[in-house]
Write a protein that binds this ligand. Structure first.
Ligand SMILES: Cc1cc2nc3c(=O)[nH]c(=O)nc-3n(C[C@H](O)[C@H](O)[C@H](O)COP(=O)(O)OP(=O)(O)OC[C@H]3O[C@@H](n4cnc5c(N)ncnc54)[C@H](O)[C@@H]3O)c2cc1C
Length: 400
């Protein structure tokens, strides 16, 4: 196997595979390494994303989709249910199928794709630059060299840590998530994603039911880490199930950490770039990270192509990735983060008021598209107490 590549991508989640695919398609020599035996497994995700989040990055294949989402149902702490219709709102993916297919597409364009390959360390030093990755395959240590290294190894990115980034997440910067894949789930609206909020159910977060078709669903709970003192996140999920869907059957259990914070700064150091969760690029209001991982992988690949095609190579071409990301996402991210900081502090009474506001403005109506940032801004501006609190958060969110 060849040892020298243009790009070595560590981590075969949506971010890494997207980067490998777009770079290989442009003719770059790419190595993608994933520590698990199969892409997309184990699934640590509810697999939901907006149609636009997927379609804006790559043409969608039907086989990737378990179900189409046509709207959302919100359940308030007191059990009040409101429904918002939004045809073609989103997809629930089959992540193992989606990711293995995308990895195969990268392979088709010439990427070398390795599974059961765990990156162990960076080769090189911060001063002279990093030259490659040492990884373990079949208990043997093997070195691969690359002009550019992509850290796409998830929220606890080791690539980032090896290269000296501080990736620590404080209790205020993340949710803990627990989820079961379930069957025998009775759904009144099988094409709607359902969200439950309230302190008893998921303090600082929410519970979700994402239908996967044929009576199956991803059912989970995300709880702000700062509230996990008396009960574990799994206990929150078990209590939620006992109260809301006692007949459903657990097929698989999973869980993980969801970063809800500002992105890692910088996203690029010399020839090392961070994409997806490794760069903490999740949407801080929902915790969704698939679409941002796919997009960041694509943007990073585009900058690698530009850098490698330039005779007079300078790392500034790679650093453009960060500017590009901020151009597309910074403003939205700041609004979402402000809303998220408010959300974790508000009482169930406030939640009832907010849900009433959403009901008055959106309940039982059909939308072609929803500008979430606009909705959040309008909620904050219509509630003076939230506005006052928001102003307190602004300096920390808008600094930089
Ligand atoms: C409970 C839960 C539910 C979620 N639900 C949703 C949802 O519905 N929608 C949504 O958009 N987002 C959701 N998310 C977030 C979403 O899963 C992530 O944002 C997304 O997977 C990020 O993609 P990524 O490629 O950056 O990282 P990951 O998907 O984490 O991929 C990183 C990959 O790197 C590999 N890796 C790690 N270390 C090494 C190493 N040393 N060597 C080789 N490989 C390595 C890992 O095995 C993994 O495959 C959820 C998260 C959780 C925890």
């Amino acid at each position: 196997m060849d040892k020298y590549y243009d790009i070595v991508v560590v981590g075969g989640g949506p971010g890494g595979i997207s980067c490998a695919y777009f770079a290989a398609r442009a003719g770059l020599k790419v190595l993608l390494m994933e520590k698990h035996p199969r892409f997309g497994e184990p699934v640590c995700c509810a697999e939901g994303l907006s149609c636009s989040g997927l379609e804006s990055v790559i043409p969608v294949k039907k086989s990737w989709i378990n179900s189409n989402i046509e709207g959302a149902i919100l359940v308030s702490p007191a059990g009040r249910q409101i429904i918002v219709h939004h045809p073609k709102a989103g997809y629930i993916l089959d992540r193992p199928l989606f990711e293995s297919d995308l990895a195969e597409m990268a392979e088709y364009y010439g990427a070398v794709v390795l599974t059961d390959a765990r990156a162990e360390s960076l080769i090189g030093s911060p001063d002279d630059g990093y030259k490659g990755i040492s990884c373990v395959i079949n208990k043997q240590s093997i070195e691969f060299f690359g002009e550019i290294i992509i850290g796409a190894d998830g929220v606890e990115s080791q690539v980032a840590q090896w290269a000296g980034w501080d990736t620590t997440l404080s209790l205020d910067d993340c949710d803990a998530g627990a989820q079961y894949l379930m069957d025998n789930v009775q759904l009144e609206y099988p094409e709607y994603a359902k969200f439950y909020v309230g302190y008893e159910i998921a303090p600082g977060g929410y519970a979700w039911v994402f239908p996967k078709g044929e009576g199956k669903a991803n059912v989970g709970v995300g709880v702000a880490a700062r509230y996990l003192r008396e009960k574990s996140v799994q206990q929150y999920l078990d209590d939620f199930l006992a109260n809301n869907m006692p007949r459903a059957r657990i097929l698989k259990k999973m869980g993980g950490v969801i970063p809800l914070t500002r992105r890692i700064n910088p996203l690029v150091k010399k020839n090392i770039m961070l994409v997806g969760d490794a760069g903490h690029l999740t949407d801080p209001i929902s915790g969704a990270g698939i679409a941002n991982a796919l997009l960041s992988g694509k943007l990073a690949a585009q900058k690698c192509i530009k850098y490698l095609r330039n005779e007079h190579r300078g790392y500034a071409a790679l650093a453009e990735y960060e500017n590009e990301w901020d151009k597309l996402k910074k403003r939205q991210h700041q609004i979402y983060l402000t809303a998220q900081k408010l959300y974790v502090t508000i009482s169930d009474q406030d939640l009832e008021v907010l849900i009433e506001f959403i009901n008055e403005n959106m309940g039982d109506r059909t939308f072609k598209g929803i500008d979430v940032a606009k909705v959040l801004k309008s909620i904050i501006f219509h509630h003076p107490r939230l506005l006052v609190k928001a102003v307190e958060f602004l300096p920390q969110i808008f600094r930089r």
